[in-house]
Design a protein around this ligand. Structure first.
Ligand code: REL
Length: 821
């Protein structure tokens, strides 16, 4: 990526990687920011002026005095920060022409920029720091990168992270080159905004508009640029006014250089729930092709002038299957016709060279089945692979798909409303899972578009930043690993002193909530399940609570040290999610202990019931604090105490029901004690090669991934375990992460052999929607029997890889009666 650059130009690491190219203390050739004027060209793209303005404000917040900002050709200062796009900024173009600014292969590069110091760049100027972008976003990213590396978090507005105060700021004199990004289109999907973003925008942030409108979207666009993202799928639920119902939104996106798309269910930039007025039955391309095509035509016509990504294909009005077409073969034929006709509109109203217009086909839910049945998607269209809504990518491109010029992408979830259970509240997907899954997608060339469902944005900040940092620089994040990334996030946000301790809190928080998400504590999925019937005994539940208590102890220690100006940010980014998840567990397990113990130990049971009730009140108070007190009331309405509260359905969180204090008989069996008597051997305790250790994933703190997804034929790598088992017979199970086979195969395979015996192949069927899948995503593990039974004593177990990408969390030995050798 650095071909053609002068040797003096360094490949730069991004701000979160902290390589210290900006410092508070000067060095002989460093460029001092203080006193420099920010210059940009009036003819540059509008986003350049917007980013330059934000840079002025950011530097002002750090240094105490904002620099002068101007488009004048004769600066008033002796030094300047020149921000501009190649071909749009005469000063920068002149420096390049004269060989004074080395930009190498920057011209024509995608979203890239160079930051360099130039002496005497123009009459009257002694020195300048030049931020030269290859295109409009490249330049804007350069300005935001300078802010971020100097000490302004991308979350400065969205999570109230105060810019670090600096006595001075110096930029190292070496030229630095950033970009191109690992992934071409990178962005977020605002979804399920009903319980946070929409009420907050409507009532608190923009009551005059009364909805998520230009004022809110402008903040979202700015956030995206600060995170070096470029794409938005806007809010699309019934509660929100459709994005394009107000033309000001798309015009504003264009000013900010943001590429607009629409969700998997909304072809051609429409928002069906708000815009299709003819009823769900008429949204049928078999029965009403003219009506539907006109509807799409209207948007292609009105928005064809903007930079957009067109979603192709068709689903139902909202998150449901397409109406019309009949059986799967009929639907496939209909979809192919739809795609052809949609491309006809793109050719007519957007660009006659249709293949140059970004288009995506997102194979979400039932659409993946139609795709798998043989759907033909034009080669220049990007195939967007979905996860299963819980963070596990369902399929990735095979060799043939990887050769398509349109390439591939991923639609991923950090938040989800749907079956078997939603997770809308605290966004606890572990960073290690995001790194593993998105890394695997990148390795298999899914690099055209990454979009992540971030729910209401808050409190999904860490996951969002991780996803987008990876999309910008995948290897940089992978080098750090989950724990390194958590520490980098903590350091960037709260400074170096507490970074390690905060990272340890985040790691523990993710591990505990991966075992069971705070939104899934009811252990309920599917019809007929009893609420509050966890498979844990009271003692096991208490052991889990003790781990949460220890975590809260550490949280309190760090909370006390957070400087006053960062307390809002601390609450929003760390304290609320960690504490609320811990409290949700306490409330649940105390209530369950009451239901189990009331017959046997009534006094203790009543104490537990009282504690469940007071914990419920604590959650309410904590959430009230978020909404009413934090940042002076800025976030009123943003946080729901229960996800989707008030309207429970089979896949929404069941609201907490206080234990019935007058009960005298247990409602639940005293002690189900699933899992007792097992011998669990953590996967990462093995010797052997050819598997990869993933820290931060699985129950024991790490897991082992089989093989290399890029080289699927290389299998057979072995992990060896020396296990000592008590007397008796033991059935051997394996715990896998509920990942998917790479290319749509129906099962995951690995092999196990004991004491040198012939290996047995374990086959774990993987089908979204079945019971094993639902159990797997809510438990964060897939327990699969091997069929092997061994006798107690010293045993040598060998696990051999068969399918690449299988992730082993543990070997589990289950008592199986007396040993019959
Ligand atoms: O997460 C998804 O992609 C879908 O579930 C959404 O499209 C849908 O709006 C969902 O929130 C349910 O209403």
């Amino acid at each position: 990526m650095l071909a053609g650059l002068a040797a003096a130009v360094l490949a730069a690491t991004t701000a979160w990687a902290q390589d210290g190219w900006i410092s508070e203390t000067g060095s002989p050739h460093a460029f001092p920011i203080a006193g420099a004027e920010i210059l940009y060209a009036s003819d540059d793209h509008p986003v350049v002026g917007l980013a330059a303005g934000d840079l002025r404000d950011d530097l002002g917040a750090m240094l105490g005095k904002p620099p002068r900002l101007s488009t004048e050709t004769s600066p008033k200062s002796r030094t300047a920060i020149i921000v501009g796009t190649l071909g749009r900024n005469p000063l920068i173009d002149g420096l390049v022409r004269d060989g004074r600014l080395q930009v190498g292969d920057l011209p024509g590069a995608w979203e890239s920029f160079v930051i360099a110091v130039v002496d005497r760049p123009a009459p009257g100027l002694d020195r300048a720091l030049v931020i030269a972008g290859s295109d409009r976003r490249g330049t804007a990213f350069g300005a935001y990168e300078l802010s971020r590396a100097a000490g302004v978090s991308p979350w400065t507005w969205w999570a109230d992270v105060k810019p670090q105060k600096k006595k001075a700021l110096y930029v190292a004199a070496d030229a630095r080159r950033f970009g191109p990004p690992s992934v071409r289109y990178r962005g977020i999907f605002i979804n399920d905004e009903d319980w946070g973003l929409q009420p907050w925008a409507a009532k608190t942030f923009d009551p005059a508009y009364g909805d998520i409108g230009p004022k809110t979207y402008e903040k979202v666009f700015q956030l995206l640029l600060r995170l070096k993202a470029n794409t938005l799928w806007p809010a699309m639920h019934e509660v929100s006014k459709p994005f394009n119902a107000d033309p000001a939104n798309a015009a504003l996106a264009d000013r900010w250089g943001i590429v607009m798309g629409s969700s998997h269910a909304e072809p051609m930039l429409r928002n069906n729930v708000g815009e299709w007025k003819a009823g769900a039955e008429a949204f049928n391309y078999a029965a009403n092709p003219g009506g539907v095509l006109d509807y799409w035509r209207e948007r292609a016509k009105s928005n064809g002038r903007y930079e957009s990504i067109y979603t192709l294909g068709m689903r139902g009005i909202h998150d449901s299957g397409m109406v019309g077409g009949g059986d799967i073969d009929g639907q496939r034929a209909l979809l192919e016709k739809i795609i052809t006709d949609q491309r006809g509109l793109i050719g007519r109203y957007v660009d006659p060279k249709v293949e140059t217009v970004p288009q995506v086909f997102t194979a979400y839910k039932e659409v993946l089945d139609i795709y798998r049945s043989g759907l033909k998607v034009p080669d220049d269209v990007t195939l967007v692979w979905p996860d299963d809504n819980f963070g596990y990518i369902r399929q990735l491109p095979n060799e043939q798909e990887r050769r398509r010029p349109g390439g591939s992408g991923v639609y991923y979830h950090l938040s989800y409303l749907g079956a078997p259970l939603s997770h809308l509240w605290l966004s606890t997907t572990p960073p290690a899972l995001v790194i593993e899954e998105m890394g695997r997608a990148f390795d298999l060339d899914a690099r055209k578009l990454w979009v992540v469902n971030v729910g209401d944005i808050k409190p999904a900040e860490l996951g969002t930043q991780l996803f987008l940092d990876m999309a910008w620089d995948v290897e940089g994040v992978r080098k750090l690993g989950a724990h390194g990334y958590e520490e980098a996030f903590a350091r960037e946000t709260f400074g170096p002193q507490q970074a390690k301790a905060i990272a340890a809190i985040l790691a523990q928080h993710h591990q505990l909530n991966f075992e069971r998400k705070p939104e899934h504590l009811q252990w309920f999925w599917g019809k007929g399940a009893t609420p509050r019937s966890s498979p844990l005994s009271v003692a096991q539940g208490d052991e889990r609570l003790a781990r949460f208590d220890a975590l809260i102890g550490k949280l309190d220690v760090e909370a006390a040290k957070i400087p006053a100006e960062q307390r809002d940010a601390w609450f929003e980014l760390v304290d609320y999610p960690v504490r609320a998840a811990a409290l949700a567990n306490r409330r649940f397990f105390d209530a369950e202990a009451f239901d189990r113990l009331i017959g046997e130990r009534p006094d203790e049971a009543r104490v537990r019931a009282a504690r469940a009730r007071s914990t419920d009140a604590e959650i309410a108070a904590l959430t009230r604090r978020f909404n009413e007190e934090i940042a002076g009331g800025k976030w009123r309405g943003i946080m729901s105490e229960e996800p989707a509260d008030g309207s429970w359905t089979s896949f929404r969180q069941r609201p907490f029901e206080a234990p019935a204090v007058d009960a005298t008989t247990p409602r639940l069996a005293p002690s189900p004690a699933e899992g007792e008597g097992l011998v669990v051997v953590e996967a990462e305790t093995a010797s052997g090669q050819g598997w990869r250790r993933i820290d931060g994933l699985g129950r024991g703190g790490a897991a082992m991934a089989a093989g290399d997804v890029r080289e699927p034929s290389k299998t057979g790598a072995a992990l060896d375990y020396d296990v000592t088992l008590p007397a008796g017979a033991w059935a051997l199970d394996v715990d896998l992460l509920p990942t998917f086979p790479l290319n749509g195969q129906t099962a995951l395979r690995l092999a196990v052999g004991v004491d040198g015996g012939a290996p047995v192949t374990i086959v774990a069927p993987r089908k979204v929607g079945d019971k094993a899948w639902a159990q797997g995503v809510t438990d964060g593990r897939l327990r699969v029997g091997s069929g092997a039974t061994v006798c107690g004593g010293k045993r040598a177990v060998r696990v051999t890889s068969v399918d690449p990408g299988v992730v082993l969390d543990a070997l589990v030995f289950r008592p199986a009666g007396a040993c019959k050798p």
